[in-house]
Design a binder for this molecule. Sequence first.
Ligand SMILES: *Cc1c(COP(=O)(O)O)cnc(C)c1O
Length: 431
Amino acid sequence: MKFYSLNNHNIQASFKEAVIAGIAPDKGLYFPESITPLPADFFENIEKLSNHEIAFKAIHQFVNEDIPDEALKDIIANTLDFDFPVVEIEENIATLELFHGPTMAFKDVGARFMANCLGYFSQGEKQDVTVLVATSGDTGGAVANGFLGVDGVKVVILYPSGKVSEIQEKQLTTLGQNIEAMEVKGVFDDCQRMVKTAFLDNEITDHKKLTSANSINVARWLPQLFYFLFAYKQAKSKGKEIVFSVPSGNFGNICAGMVAQKLGMPAKHFVASTNVNDVVPKFMANGVYEPMSSVATISNAMDVGDPSNFVRIRHLHQDDLKTLQQHLSSYSFTDNDTKKIMKEVYSQTGYMLDPHGAVGYLGVREYQKSHPNTYGIFLETAHPVKFLDVVEETLGLSPEIPSQIIKVMDKEKKSHKISSYEELKQYLITT
Ligand SMILES: *Cc1c(COP(=O)(O)O)cnc(C)c1O
């Protein structure tokens, strides 16, 4: 299968080329040239399939020209070695828990799949690939963990000093091996700018093969469709129409869910739930897309003012607002709404939401006001301990720290402190 640039459909790449380049030469996002629905009996008999079988059948058409079946099976087995439970928290509302992976956020799935693909593609290559990535928190940990020990791949992560949580910092800086952490004196935007500058700097790219690992990369974006199918498999027996509410920032996760629907998954509707960074809710209401500067919130992994994957969602629906509205609703919620619902759900059900999942929960509630007879599944995108300050302050109690986290808290932080682009450049040229 070929992938074309959303800016110009004549610019095409194989899966392998798209993964290694990240973005098309004209800066467009890559998109699969076709999405062929899976046979009806796949969904009829889905409960008889293992998660690995489901993932294999679902992703096969997108990658099979570049990855032989046996290698693909290995990649899937390495990516999906944890659970994706659907947990009902009240009648007709359940959560799909995506935090059982090594860094306890859904990004583990995309990051591990991409790492394994890149590892496969670099076999037999003489030159290492360097993955350069800027993070405001969650992405870095998932990428570092996913790429740890992958032969032929080096990872350099930039993060803003003092601006990520202690747990997140430990997840970035304690792994060693092929993972280097750059602690940047500045904010996330400074890290992002340095990464972008490096990609355009010939003195670096002439002797280093650089790639990015953000959600515009097809190998990080597409595998996210797996767990929508796992959720369908678990909720199917409810016999109700299923609605997914996805806490959204860059809109890669929800877009992957919509690809699962194009593959034939019987989902009735999607809800994109956002914090006050509400570019998409506004667009869905009036058809005008107006990017803004992002506003800081307690669900900070969704503080995005110009969601990079939304163009893919529009393209998936023929760039037609009416068609899109049939499949997608979008609502935004304030930090106050979020804290209030965290408290309410905890006191009524005992379930502890993280601030992102809480926004997802609010989205289900809002949709069900007008569609009461549906089964709403919201995605819990991170474990509450990853946002310990907010959870402790809001609920007035401390969640138990899981073993994955305790393990890294004891390890020693190692980072290179840098304060300018020149220092990053020197590092990349001399190592
Ligand atoms: C990245 C992230 C999101 C947003 O996902 P997108 O695919 O960018 O929409 C939501 N919640 C958490 C915890 C995240 O880390």
